[in-house]
Design a protein around this ligand. Structure first.
Ligand code: BEZ
Length: 211
C-alpha cells in the first residue's frame, strides 16, 4: 500500500557507500531526509547530490540526517562520487543507498513506470523523530529539486513540532507564523509572549517563536 503522511516510515536495512544502514537506527532521535534519484552518472542527479553535500552543515544544524538512494550498486556510487566532488566543488559526506534489487525503491513506491521505466523518480521523504512521514515530494527525472526549499519545509515542520505554529504561504525564516487552530485565542498570550494579532478568529499570527 502507498505510504501516506503520518505513516511510520517503513524500516529497512540496506548497503550504502558508508556501510550497512538500518533506517530507524540510523535516524536515532533526529529527523531524516530520504531522497531518490534515477541513476548514477547522470547530469541533473550529479548537481543535486553535490548541492546536498554543500548544504550538509545546514541539515546538521537542524538535526537532520540525509540519505540518498539510487538503484545502482555501491561500486558505481563510489566511482560517481569522485565526479560529483570534482564537478560540484564538494565532498559527498552522507550515505548513498545501493538498491540494485529495488527493495527500498519498491517499499517507498519510488518507481513510477509510466514516467520512468525501471528507475526511481525524484522522491523525497522527510521523517520526524517519531519516525512518521512528515512530507513527501515527487519530481520527474528532468527537474532538479530545490534543496533550499526542503530546508525551509524542515524549518516549518520543526516549528510546528516544537511551538504549535504553522507557516503561511511563502513563509521564510523570520516571518510571522500562524497559531494552530487547536489553540484557543484566550490561551495565546501565555503561550506566545512575543505578541500576536487576531486578523480573523481563525487567523491568528505571532512572531516566529524561536528567534
Ligand atoms: C539526470 O539526472 O540528468 C537524468 C536522469 C534520468 C533521466 C533524465 C535525466
Amino acid at each position: 500500500m502507498a505510504i501516506r503522511l503520518g505513516d511510520i516510515a517503513p524500516d529497512f536495512t540496506a548497503e550504502t557507500t558508508e556501510g550497512t544502514i538500518e533506517l530507524h537506527k540510523y535516524l536515532g532521535d533526529g529527523w531524516g531526509v530520504l531522497f531518490s534519484h534515477p541513476k548514477d552518472y547522470t547530469p541533473v542527479c550529479t548537481t543535486e547530490l553535490g548541492r546536498v553535500a554543500n548544504l550538509k552543515s545546514e541539515f546538521d544544524k537542524r538535526n537532520v540526517k540525509v540519505l540518498a538512494l539510487s538503484v545502482d550498486a555501491v561500486d558505481s556510487h563510489k566511482g560517481w562520487i569522485n565526479d560529483i566532488n570534482e564537478t560540484q566543488g564538494c565532498t559527498v559526506n552522507y550515505p548513498i543507498i545501493a538498491d540494485p534489487d529495488k527493495k527500498v525503491a519498491e517499499l517507498y513506491d519510488m518507481i513510477h513506470p509510466n514516467a520512468l521505466d525501471n528507475l526511481t523518480v525524484r522522491s523525497v521523504f522527510i521523517i520526524g523523530p517519531d519516525k512518521k512521514v512528515k512530507l513527501m515530494l515527487t519530481y520527474p527525472a528532468s527537474t532538479g529539486r530545490n534543496f533550499t526549499e526542503i530546508l525551509r519545509v524542515i524549518d516549518s515542520l520543526q516549528l510546528t513540532a516544537n511551538y504549535q505554529v504553522a507557516t503561511p504561504v511563502d513563509w521564510k525564516h523570520g516571518d510571522d507564523c500562524v497559531v494552530v487552530p487547536a489553540i484557543k485565542t484566550e490561551d495565546i498570550p501565555a503561550k506566545f509572549p512575543k505578541g500576536h494579532k487576531v486578523i480573523k478568529p481563525y487567523l491568528r499570527t505571532t512572531p516566529q517563536p524561536d528567534l
